[in-house]
Write a protein that binds this ligand. Structure first.
Ligand code: SAM
Length: 425
């Protein structure tokens, strides 16, 4: 390596002024340009100036990418600085040129820190290394690498010790981070799906509420749920003869089996029929009244999951439910995705009837706002509280040492805060 770093000084001309003034879009493009070039993101900060113009920097393990824009001239100046030879900054140059719709760009590459001009100082590296530990013996980590899920107003960041898995599948980017506070974490397209430390909340609540309400469920269908947590909880119920799970992305299953063993522990279970396919197609092809319970454990209504949030799909789910069948779905955060949340309950009430659809909540620390909702819809009128078997619930929660669900919470989860109740009344 002749020099410590490569510094590409870039000028983009004739760009779209709208794009050069869109801070969220610019940040996404810069982060994508860094990742596609092979860099590991540590952190990023972007600022929108008033009345226009954006400045920002993406700190990468291999140094940084920085930008300043002049939308009024359709001009952006960018610095691509990388150390080592694992990152190719020219990949970022080309991606950003396309992202900013630049008419043309010019760039000059400088070698930074010519080795021939440098002489290594004699200092004790060990003294700098993060090999110290707290009184409790936990390692004091000085690496400051953060994963951040954000939209234009809210962000959630988790410190991590690197990516264990990172694949662009046919549908989405599938990644596993080794977080310091929540263990291994699955993200899809940069959104938190599940973490080892709080997954039980989501998986216990999406399964045991319907399973301990339905009088005698024999066959259950899971749409999505590729991490395996929902199937694991369902298969605790001996009454079930078969669980069919239809996950569209085999890379999610692979990543979960490799790096989320406690969540994916039931993916080889003899009663599990695991199918890699589009859940929409599977439901359309399924026979009438063929399932007692359908759980839609999907991602947000984007990409492959978009079709899972349509009236047609839910009418088909209704068709394949047995006469006393129940459907439960993750129904987003009332606070974070208010519009989708309201639409979901309107849609279900249009299909099942006003009194047959109920909302319940659970608190998941690594989901946006922490407050997450589930919908419960019954075809045959089984009411989640009036018809739930409290004694069976109590015994089940005790026998399986559940960490979140219990007979009191089963009822309490349906007691909604007024602002949520008002949103769907
Ligand atoms: N608990 C998570 C949440 O609430 O965001 C969801 C977890 S689970 C991993 C979501 C799964 O749905 C993903 O693995 C995704 O690939 C899958 N999925 C999305 N669209 C699908 C479709 N049309 N058919 C089947 N699976 C789908």
């Amino acid at each position: 390596m002749a020099s410590l770093g490569r510094h590409i000084i870039v000028e983009y001309y004739d760009c779209s002024p709208e794009i050069l003034n869109d801070v969220v879009n610019i940040e996404k493009s810069m982060i994508n340009a860094a990742e596609e070039a092979g860099a590991t993101i540590i952190n990023s900060t972007f600022h929108h100036f008033s009345p226009y113009g954006v400045s920002g920097v993406v700190v990468i393990q291999e140094s940084h990418l920085a930008i300043h824009t002049w939308p009024e001239y359709g001009y952006a100046s960018v610095d691509l600085f990388t150390c080592g030879d694992t990152v190719n900054p020219w990949v970022s140059y080309q991606l950003l040129k396309e992202a900013f719709k630049a008419g043309h760009g010019s760039a000059v590459e400088l070698s930074r820190g010519e080795m021939a001009l440098l002489k290594r100082k004699n200092f004790d590296v060990k003294a700098l290394r993060d090999e110290k530990s707290t009184d409790e013996g936990d390692p004091i980590r000085t690496r400051d690498v953060w994963f951040t899920e954000r939209d234009d107003k809210i962000a959630l960041s988790l410190k991590h010790d690197g990516k264990l898995y990172d694949v662009q599948s046919d549908y989405q980017r599938v990644s596993i981070f080794n977080t310091q506070a929540y263990g291994n974490m699955l993200t899809l397209d940069g959104m938190v799906m599940t973490t080892e430390k709080d997954e039980y909340v989501y998986h216990e609540m999406i399964t045991h509420i319907p399973m301990l309400t339905h009088p005698n469920p024999k066959r259950a269908l899971v749409i999505g749920g590729g991490d395996g947590g929902t199937a694991r909880e369902l298969l605790r119920h001996d009454s079930l003869e078969e669980v069919v799970m239809v996950e569209i992305d085999d890379k999610v299953i692979e990543a979960s089996k490799m790096h989320l063993p406690t969540i994916a522990s039931a993916l080889e279970h003899p009663k599990l029929n695991l199918i890699v396919d589009d859940g929409i197609k599977y439901v359309n092809d399924a026979a009438d009244e063929s399932f007692d319970l359908v759980i839609v454990d999907s991602t947000d209504p984007v990409g492959p999951a978009e079709g899972l949030f349509t009236v047609d799909f839910y009418k088909e789910v209704y068709r394949i439910l047995s006469k006393d069948g129940i459907m439960v779905t993750q129904s987003e955060s009332p606070r974070f995705n208010s519009k989708v949340f309201k639409e979901i309950f309107q849609t279900y009430r249009g299909i099942y009837g006003q009194e047959q659809v109920h909302c319940y909540l659970a608190y998941i620390p690594t989901y946006p706002t922490g407050m997450w909702s589930f919908s419960y819809s019954s075809k045959g009128g089984a009411h989640p509280i009036a018809n739930f078997d409290e004694a069976r619930s109590k015994a089940f929660a005790k026998e399986h040492r559940l960490k979140y669900y219990n007979e009191d919470l089963h009822k309490a989860a349906f007691a909604l805060p007024s602002f949520v109740r008002d949103m769907i009344s």
